[in-house]
Design a protein around this ligand. Structure first.
Ligand SMILES: Nc1ncnc2c1ncn2[C@@H]1O[C@H](COP(=O)(O)OP(=O)(O)OP(=O)(O)O)[C@@H](O)[C@H]1O
Length: 369
């Protein structure tokens, strides 16, 4: 199979000796929307720049449509890049900004005009075609940058935090537009972000990076519900992690002994008895029951043994949502929420005892390291 983009053990060591990226493996099919997600400094931008050709590749191979690109200069690669600041030319009209990439390639004017008109129409920019970008809104400038990237008909569009300069509401609106546009055009997008909500909302698959390495590559839902590593469990979603050692297996679930008792979850790999593991429990999976109502054994039976005692340490109602904080016996605090009908203020007073439980299916057991 020929992929649109392939990274094979790609690495980057900067001249000062900094290893920014190591052993990066990824295969992207045509039309996929891929996000690189990770904390500042994890190597997302470096990887994007190596794909674009703005940064040399220190080791490994990078292929686009089966052709090795390591030594192909940036302007000869079938990629376009959109930067966070959009890098628009302030003195040029929108139309000239969008057509610039075609003009430098020496394309005849009539052909440029036809392509520019088409992309301006696709992005709803016809009405501002003769204006200059400095007089336009952030959202409009973002669309112009997108038009400029797409007009050259790249195989792969590379986007470096392209929504970072927009305010929260506009960001949401443009996210939806971007996703629709990408699906309609069928162009492969590789997108860098440190905002997990953006990666989860937009991508077909997310590459989570940490200290120059790939931690996990998964579709959003899987990444959110089934983290493979302790880093991903902490970085994505709202998970509580219980460290423990494996006792055995029961009905396909791994049972582990933890400081909070014997807990069970779905294994992410095969574990031997005694193996050090982390049991990852998403906040969404946790049920809170007042202790006086709680018939502990019944709940333990219903939830495959997963029961922990806790104390309510905060309770606020915002609109129709109750926001709870519960304190575990080991002093950790977990923030939870639910409809006010489910978590009623009178039943969950601050200081009252509660029982937390979750179904083992919804917890994931991962290696501790
Ligand atoms: N030109 C450079 N020379 C030396 N080191 C660099 C250079 N550019 C980046 N680095 C280092 O490489 C590592 C990865 O940086 P990179 O910019 O790729 O991370 P990032 O995940 O994109 O971060 P951010 O979200 O802050 O942009 C960091 O340790 C950074 O300090």
């Amino acid at each position: 199979m020929i992929y649109d983009l392939e990274l094979m053990k790609v690495g980057k060591v900067y001249d000062n000796g900094t290893t920014a990226v190591a052993g990066f493996d990824l295969a992207v099919t045509k039309g996929e929307f891929i996000a690189f997600l990770g904390p500042s400094g994890c190597g997302k931008t470096t990887t994007l720049r190596m794909i674009a050709g703005f940064e040399s590749i220190s080791s490994g191979d990078m292929m686009i449509k089966g052709i090795r690109m390591n030594d192909v200069p940036a302007q000869k690669r079938p990629t376009s890049t959109i930067f966070q600041n959009y890098a628009l030319f302030p003195h040029m009209t929108v139309r000239r900004n969008v057509g610039y990439g075609l003009a430098v390639k020496g394309m005849p004017k009539a052909e440029i005009d036809a392509k520019v008109d088409r992309i301006l129409a696709t992005l709803g920019l016809e009405d501002i075609a003769e204006r200059k970008p400095e007089r336009l809104s952030g959202g409009q400038r973002q669309r112009i940058a997108l038009a400029r990237g797409l007009v050259v008909e790249p195989d792969i569009l590379l986007l470096d935090e392209p929504l970072g300069a927009l305010d929260a509401n506009l960001r949401k609106a443009i996210q939806n537009e971007l996703k629709l546009l990408q699906k309609n055009l069928g162009v492969t997008f590789v997108f860098v972000t440190h905002a997990q909500s953006e990666a989860l909302a937009l991508s077909d698959r997310i590459v989570v990076m940490n200290q120059g390495r790939v931690e996990q590559i998964s579709p959003p839902h899987q990444l959110y519900t089934r983290p493979n590593t302790p880093f991903v469990a902490q970085f994505v979603g709202r998970n509580t992690i219980f460290a423990g050692t494996v006792k055995g297996s029961e009905g396909g679930m791994t049972v582990a002994e933890t400081a909070s008792g014997t807990l069970a979850g779905k294994p992410s790999a095969a574990f031997d008895g005694g193996a050090h593991v982390n049991l990852v429990v998403p906040a969404e999976a946790i049920e809170v029951v007042p202790a006086q109502e709680a018939r502990r054994e019944r709940i333990a039976a219903d939830f495959g043994g997963n029961v922990i005692d806790a104390t309510i340490s905060r309770f606020d109602v915002v609109g129709h949502i109750s926001h709870l904080a519960v304190t575990l016996p080991d002093s950790r605090s977990i923030a939870l929420e639910g409809h006010v009908e489910k978590y009623r203020p009178d039943a969950f007073a601050v200081g009252s005892q509660v029982v937390l439980s979750w179904s083992p299916e919804q917890a994931t057991v991962i290696p501790a390291h």
